[in-house]
Design a protein around this ligand. Sequence first.
Ligand code: FE2
Length: 158
Amino acid sequence: MNDRKECKMENKVIAGLQTIVTALSQQADGHLIQSRIFAAQGLSKLAEKYAEHAVEEREYVVKCIDRLIDLGCEVKLEAKTAAPIYTDAIEYLKHDLQVSKDGLAWLKEIVCAAQDDLTTFKILSEYYQDEEGDMYWAEQQLALVEMIGKQNWLVQQL
Ligand SMILES: [Fe+2]
């Protein structure tokens, strides 16, 4: 059966799906490395949080790959941009929060551009909601650090 649509959806959306495939797989790898660093420090709960986070992100990568294929588009394995790795959990939280904020601002435009394609719109808006939840979580943790102090917060992550 060959009734695939041609890859003609607005380029911004296609480019956005490909960017998610590339950048989000890199982010997931970053979360995995951070997870193992935190595990080695004995911060098991934080390690678990980021390991789960990596799995969730890979699920969105798979959804975006499948969507590009369904739309008849080429999926590229692109070179990824290097990103910093942190040994200090708080510094990483701050970095991750900024990545979330920047990512959401970018993603919002892609979600809006996908409004005419409800399936793509659904995939992207679900990813948006998930990423927003992660942003609120990071904000909450940093607020907790302010409130109870770094040492007490670290004890909660053991
Ligand atoms: Fe993330």
